[in-house]
Design a protein around this ligand. Structure first.
Ligand code: ATP
Ligand code: MG
Length: 415
């Protein structure tokens, strides 16, 4: 029996890879306009990085990580998200030493052992941004703006940007106390997971999909009512900057994030067209995380775009044809056209020819499928006459071109 891919792991097939490439290049172009540089870190890291960086009592660390012992007995984990590994690298290479600000992006696969469904895979891909070195509200706004721009330039679907602030170590404990109190009183009505979360990670109860929990949380104390002056000011300024950048948003006091390390700004961009897995991009501020992972006290803010979810909102890409197809009949003809094709390719033209000995009819069929606008035909007659036929596939017009002029004639057409 043929072996299949692992559940939740998907191939990107040739007919789909065009959109992936377009998305990646659009994102790169946008990141360039914000002065970001690319970083690429390994997909495998020591488990500790994620346990410490994401938080022991998060869904990811509790039940979603691909963790295993390698042959040396070290505990390793396939990265479930990008931030912890990037911070590990920033600290290891002291990337912060050269400049007070560090603006990074990366793209690649993440791994989480979740129940596969539409928009939820076990290997999925993210486009990530991490901006280090400033606690100002501007990088928060720029981060959100980049996510918004990538999504907006790739889909016409309805998008909703939701923003909240989770407070800071100064004001959050006060909220936590009130929330724990509230949850203790309502404990019997919470689902099993949330009864546990009520002690370990009470903020996460806001994120529960269970309807009863949801109903209870509608009355729960919100962080925004406990914001200190600095947090309130910070949030207000992020929103001001978004307005100045012409990015529409709504505030959502119930929005929390699945990772422990977020402080202040958190955001999600959702699309109602996606059904249950509606969040396409998400992110927030994580001051304190770099220090916690053993580095200097460097503030940071980041975001992730879920590639597969975004592509669910995008129509299929049109397949682009090649520039030129060469139909050569017989060995001598193939040898005649080979140096021409080599030169055209060196000049950047997309050129194909038939590898095998095929009839003219079969080759023209292949030319048709290739989407080429022009075809060069060289058969026995043409070899005798030392003239190639140039055929326009749309108008069906043909012209004869002497062998010694054909390379330049084609290059002129595509100039
Ligand atoms: P969710 O609530 O959907 O599980 P999350 O809070 O776990 O999301 P993040 O860790 O914030 O997700 O990841 C950022 C983005 O990555 C998500 O908004 C989503 O687009 C994408 N993403 C996360 N998990 C998956 C997955 N298992 N499959 C596909 N995309 C995912
Ligand atoms: Mg999740």
């Amino acid at each position: 029996m043929a072996i299949k891919a692992i559940r939740g792991f998907k191939d990107v097939l040739p007919q789909d890879s065009t959109r992936w490439q377009q998305l990646e290049s659009t994102a790169r172009d946008i990141f360039n306009t914000y002065g970001l540089k690319e970083i690429r870190t390994p997909v495998l890291e020591k488990t500790e990085i994620f346990a410490r960086g994401i938080g022991e009592h998060t869904d990811i660390v509790e039940k979603e990580m691909y963790t295993f012992e390698d042959r040396n007995g070290d505990s390793l984990t396939l990265r479930p998200e990008a931030t912890a590994g990037i911070i590990r690298s920033v600290i290891e290479h002291k990337l912060y030493a050269a400049s007070p600000f560090l603006k990074l992006f990366t793209m690649g696969p993440m791994f989480r052992h979740e129940r596969p469904q539409k928009g939820r895979l076990r290997q999925f891909h993210q486009i990530n941004v991490e901006l280090f070195g400033s606690a100002s509200p501007l990088p928060d706004a720029e981060c959100i703006a980049m996510a918004w721009q990538i999504l907006r330039s790739f889909t016409d679907a309805k998008l909703l940007l939701e923003i909240n602030s989770l407070g800071c170590p100064k004001c959050r404990p006060l909220h936590r106390e009130a929330l724990v109190q509230y949850l203790t009183n309502a404990k019997d009505q919470l689902c099993e997971d949330c009864q546990r979360r009520a002690d370990t990670n009470p903020l996460r109860v806001f994120d529960c999909k269970n309807e009863e929990c949801h109903r209870i949380m509608r009355q729960a104390p919100l962080v925004k009512h406990y914001h200190c002056v600095d947090c309130a000011t910070h949030l207000g300024q992020v929103l001001d900057f978004l307005e100045l950048m012409d990015i529409p948003f709504v505030q959502n006091g119930y929005l929390v994030r699945g990772l422990d390390y977020y402080v202040r700004t958190t955001f999600e961009i959702k699309s109602p067209d996606l059904g249950a897995q509606s969040t396409v991009a998400a992110g927030g501020r994580y001051d304190g995380l770099v220090k916690m992972l053993g580095g200097p006290d460097l503030p940071g803010v980041g975001m992730a775009v879920g590639v597969e979810r975004l592509l669910l909102l995008t129509p299929e890409a049109e397949q682009e044809g090649i520039d030129l197809f060469v139909a050569a009949l017989g060995r001598e003809a193939r040898e005649t056209v080979t140096p021409w094709i080599a030169e055209w390719r060196r000049q950047g033209l997309a050129v194909e020819m038939t590898w095998d000995d095929k009839s003219l009819k079969a080759q023209m069929k292949q030319a048709d499928r290739s989407g080429a606008g022009l075809v060069i035909i060289v058969g026995e007659n043409e070899i005798d006459e030392e003239e190639a036929i140039l055929r326009d596939m749309e108008t069906k017009e043909q012209e004869n071109i002497p062998f010694d002029a054909v390379v330049n004639r084609v290059l002129e057409i595509f100039e």
